[in-house]
Design a protein around this ligand. Structure first.
Ligand SMILES: Cc1cc2nc3c(=O)[nH]c(=O)nc-3n(C[C@H](O)[C@H](O)[C@H](O)COP(=O)(O)O)c2cc1C
Length: 392
């Protein structure tokens, strides 16, 4: 099956020279983007210098920190690592006044060639106060964000009356009904949806000090990065099934393979935030080059061909037929992960000989999913190994 094969080919993608062809160039809401990577609202886009750095590194567009009536006063510290590819933050909205974005940050970034999306939160009154200013300053789109689901629809209504640029609604996974709110927002004129914001509240403490890792109220913060990507992807799939507007898939994309997965599920553009905090702005080069490598290796011509490739599998009925395992000894590195990970002790791997006790095996599939070299695979077709071992 082609899609399965593509995902496997991606792992070995090598770094190549920066793309200056058109493979990644795309249109989002009729606006030309240099790549599908849209930098999500966060510390990278605090002001013009950060937005310009992201633009020069190949970002398709950059969403500003969220502009509000009063600059944020953040607790110290307010960003910490959760694990290798995930963060906890207690950072609020922009710590610069809205006037600074209108008079300096947005115009300077636009002058440098960046496609700027202005983020405005969190009330209809604040939309009223800032939206025309940021658009006059050069923002090509506006993204609305709110902690409260109830305020979003009024914010959309106000925004679409006041400006002609596309209005994007950012969904929060912490709302009771993000998908319902997206649908109602589109009815009121929202042109696209971003899925999604950080998840929380969450809590971690440092075991050496007993203190929370971020200094927000009660030590609580918000989770971002790889830990949240499957949630964002489920939201993207739901949105694409229910709506026809473009969706920015934002949440947990760390590397090019993640972006490919996000697009296969249906995202029209890929948001990134934590990965650039963790890996630095230079990581945008890897994100682009590895994406191009995947496109070239798998016989595609343009990034847009990846969008929605998995769609046909996303409303499948629960599967009840047992699958087949395929084992390729040449690829096996004898790491024993498949054996260790079998809760039922159905697998044995001795001196290159793979054995499966069919009576004990529950076909959970974990053994194949944990194989680092794809020596052990799940296949819909009958594998040689199954025949040899009398499993069919
Ligand atoms: C330190 C930090 C600050 C953030 N600030 C904002 C913000 O001001 N406005 C906003 O809409 N989202 C903000 N976000 C959320 C991100 O835009 C994004 O929705 C979230 O981090 C998920 O994407 P990721 O997993 O790629 O980081 C922030 C995220 C982080 C990590």
């Amino acid at each position: 099956m082609r899609v399965e094969k593509q995902q496997k080919n991606c792992g070995g993608a090598k770094i190549m020279k920066t793309n200056n062809n058109d493979t990644l160039k795309m249109k989002f809401l009729d606006i030309e983007l240099n790549s599908p990577y849209i930098i999500g609202s966060g510390p990278i886009s605090y002001g013009a210098p950060g937005i310009i750095r992201a633009h020069n590194a190949g970002a398709g567009a950059v969403v500003t920190k969220t502009i509000r009536d009063n600059p944020a006063e953040n607790p110290y510290p307010h960003i910490a690592k959760n694990n290798k590819n995930s963060l906890i933050n207690a950072e609020k909205w922009a710590d610069l006044p809205g006037e600074d974005y209108i008079n300096k940050e947005i115009p300077e970034a636009v002058k440098a060639g960046a496609v700027v999306i202005a983020s405005i939160g969190h009330t209809p009154e604040e939309v009223d106060n800032w939206i025309q200013g940021v658009v006059n300053a050069g923002a090509r789109m506006v993204e609305l964000v709110s902690y409260q689901q109830e305020t979003m629809l009024d914010m959309v209504e106000k925004a679409v009356k006041l400006v002609d640029v596309p209005v994007i609604v950012k969904l929060s996974p912490n709302w009771p009904d993000p998908i319902g709110t997206a649908k109602a927002s589109v009815k009121r004129g929202a042109a696209a949806i971003t899925a999604m914001d950080s998840i929380g509240p969450v809590l971690r403490v440092d075991i050496n000090t007993g203190r929370p890792v971020v200094a927000g109220q009660g030590g609580r913060g918000w989770l971002t990065g790889s830990a949240i990507r499957p949630i964002a992807q489920a939201m993207v799939a739901d949105l694409k099934a229910e709506l026809s507007v473009p969706v920015i898939g934002l949440g947990g994309v760390i590397k090019a393979e993640d972006a490919i997965e996000m697009m296969m599920i249906g995202a029209d553009a890929v948001g990134i935030c934590s990965t650039l905090i963790i890996n630095g702005i230079g990581h945008l080069t890897n994100l682009q080059e590895n994406l191009i490598e995947f496109i070239n290796t798998n016989g595609y011509k343009h990034v847009s061909e990846l969008i929605g490739l998995s769609k046909k599998y996303l409303n499948q009925q629960e599967k009840r037929e047992k699958f087949k395992f395929n084992f390729n000894l040449d690829k096996c590195i004898d790491c024993q992960k498949c054996v260790i990970g079998c809760s039922y002790k159905a697998r044995k791997l001795n001196s290159g000989k793979m054995e499966l006790d069919n009576d004990l095996c529950r076909y959970c599939g974990y053994c194949a999913s944990v194989c680092p070299t794809d020596a052990l695979e799940i296949t819909e077709e009958v594998g040689k190994w199954d025949i040899q071992h009398g499993l069919i």
